[in-house]
Ligand binder design. Structure first.
Ligand code: SAM
Length: 243
C-alpha cells in the first residue's frame, strides 16, 4: 500500500518549509488539507500542483475509510494542517492511530511548530516542560490543569480573544507567576513579552492583543536538591585535610 506523509507547514513565514517537505508535497498523489483554500496559498508560493481533499475536525471520521481505500490502492498521501505540525492541536491523530494499527505506512516529517519555537526563543528553562495545547474552557478546569505540574515549565496555545481572561485566571493563582508570551512567531510583528502575570495582564489590557500566542509559564516550585550523604562526607574530609 501507499504511505501517508505527515507534512509540517510554516507557522507564518513561508520560507519555513523544509526541502524534504517541499519534495514530498510535489510527489504525493493527493493532499489532505485542514482547509484547502488556506493551503493553496503555500502551494501557489512554491508552484506546486497537487489534488487536494479537505480533512478537518468535522469530517475526518467520515473521511478515514475513503483515505484508507486510497492508500490500499497504492496512492501516496500527504496530510497538512493550516500551520505547523499536523496533529499538534490540529486534526489527524485518529487517522494516524487507525493506520498504525493496520500497519499501513505513516511517515512524520519534522518541521515548524509554534510551541517549540516559542520555548527555544524565550530563554525559559526548557526541561522538563509540559505542553497543554489549548486550555480547557471553564475557569475551574483551567485552574486544575495549571496546578497539576507547578514544577515544570508549562506551554499552551492561546487566541487573542481569550488571552486577557486567561491572564486573569493565572493572576488569581499567583500574580507573581513569571511568564513569557510569544506573539506572531516568524512574522513581521514577532515579539516576546516577559514579566509577571499581573504585568502581562496590565499590558494586554492596555494594548488589546492581535495575532497568535504561545504562553510559557515558568516553574513555580523549584525543587532544592540536598547534597547527598557521600557529598557531605567528601566535603568534611576536604575541610579536615585543609586544616
Ligand atoms: N499545529 C500547529 C503547530 O504545530 O504549532 C498549531 C495549530 S493551533 C490550531 C494554532 C495555535 O498555535 C494558535 O492559536 C497559536 O496559539 C499557535 N500559533 C500558531 N502559529 C503561531 C505563531 N506564528 N506565533 C505564535 N503562536 C502561533
Amino acid at each position: 500500500s501507499g504511505t501517508l506523509f505527515l507534512i509540517p507547514t510554516p507557522i507564518g513565514n513561508l520560507d519555513d518549509l523544509t526541502f524534504r517537505a517541499l519534495k514530498i508535497l510535489k510527489q504525493v498523489d493527493l493532499l489532505l488539507c485542514e482547509d484547502t483554500r488556506h493551503t493553496q496559498i503555500l502551494l501557489d508560493h512554491y508552484e506546486i500542483q497537487v489534488p487536494k481533499l479537505s480533512f478537518h475536525e468535522h469530517n475526518s471520521h467520515r473521511r478515514i475509510p475513503e483515505v484508507v481505500e486510497k492508500l490500499k490502492s497504492g496512492l501516496n498521501l500527504g496530510l497538512v494542517s493550516d500551520a505547523g505540525m499536523p496533529v499538534i492541536s490540529d486534526p489527524g491523530v485518529d487517522l494516524v492511530q487507525y493506520l498504525r494499527k493496520r500497519e499501513i505506512p505513516v511517515v512524520a516529517l519534522p518541521g515548524a511548530n509554534a510551541a517549540l519555537t516559542a520555548l527555544v526563543g524565550s530563554g525559559m528553562i526548557a526541561l522538563p516542560y509540559v505542553f497543554l495545547g489549548f486550555l480547557p474552557r471553564t475557569i475551574k478546569e483551567i485552574k486544575e490543569v495549571l496546578n497539576k505540574t507547578p514544577q515544570m515549565t508549562t506551554l499552551f496555545y492561546e487566541s487573542p480573544y481569550r488571552i486577557v481572561k486567561t491572564l486573569e485566571i493565572i493572576s488569581q493563582i499567583d500574580e507573581n507567576w513569571e511568564l513569557c508570551i510569544a506573539r506572531e512567531l516568524t512574522k513581521i510583528h514577532e515579539e516576546y513579552f516577559e514579566g509577571r502575570a499581573f504585568e502581562a495582564l496590565e499590558h494586554f489590557k492596555q494594548f488589546p492583543p492581535k495575532g497568535e500566542f504561545v504562553v510559557i509559564l515558568t516553574p513555580r516550585i523549584i525543587e532544592i536538591v540536598a547534597p547527598s550523604e557521600e557529598k557531605w562526607q567528601e566535603e568534611i574530609t576536604l575541610a579536615i585535610e585543609a586544616g
